[in-house]
Design a protein around this ligand. Sequence first.
Ligand code: GLU
Length: 314
Amino acid sequence: MRKKKREIVMDFQAILEEIHKEIQDVLLDGKVADYIPKLAAVPLDKFGMAVQTLDGDLFTIGDAAENFSIQSISKAYTLILALQFIGEDRLWKRVGREPSGNPFNSLVQLEYEHGIPRNPFINAGALVIVDIILSNSKNPGQTLLDFVRQRSDNPGIGFDNEVAASEKKTGFRNSALANFLKSYGNLENDVDSVLEAYFLQCSLSMNCIDLAKSLMMLTNHGLSPWSGEQILTKSQAKRINSLMLTCGTYDAVGDFAYRVGLPGKSGIGGGIAAFIPGKLSVCVWSPGLNSNGNSLAGTLALELFTTKTGMSIF
Ligand code: GLU
């Protein structure tokens, strides 16, 4: 006898409302990133979340439409662009794909691994990736903006030049990393141009809705559900999701995978973008960070989301 397929309709809006209530207790427990002065001024009590399903439904709660500094989440876009420019064989000669087990801005590992960063999501790796974009685009900032605007269908997305300038003033570690990479021959362009492009990409100002929409190709096996374009091959989309699962949330990646069970990329602006391939993208923002640099309330919200919905990749 054939079993009748039972459609389970998930009330995502009700779930987001529950989560919003339940994270209130920890909302003020995190600490905003203060090594970039402009980010230190963001109020701790912000919280937003957006769920974009492949069926085309969007659910939001709280400050989901408020812009914030996406910081390292931009490393997902630049990796996609670099893959489009030079392909996998050439890219993986210059960057590894193992978790770093070290802080995202660590210098030590880069030295004993002779200038090949562990993965594209730590700062050293992202500097190599943006160097690839610089070598292949006359205007890397515009290339990135065009990509993000098109993918999220929001022509209003821009960089926050004050954040970029603020980071430039205090970006001594990134500058050290870029100089190290150059000394090992792993940067083609000059150090200053690479740093400029890197600070600019990190300053992208977006909201949870933009983020969830713009990365739907990772949910949809490489295909944009909006334009029908194949942005990545199916295999590349799988690989980027795998990299996020193993390297996307700093050196707390094991704890994040344990609690949340989804591939995701976080940023020190307090955003996290996560994916359930074949189903949905879910993005959260809350600027208070835990000791590993992931949004404290954001991680809890995603944990609650996968627990309450019973949806994860496992
Ligand atoms: N612009 C930040 C930095 O390079 C990004 C860090 C992050 O979000 O992980 O330090």
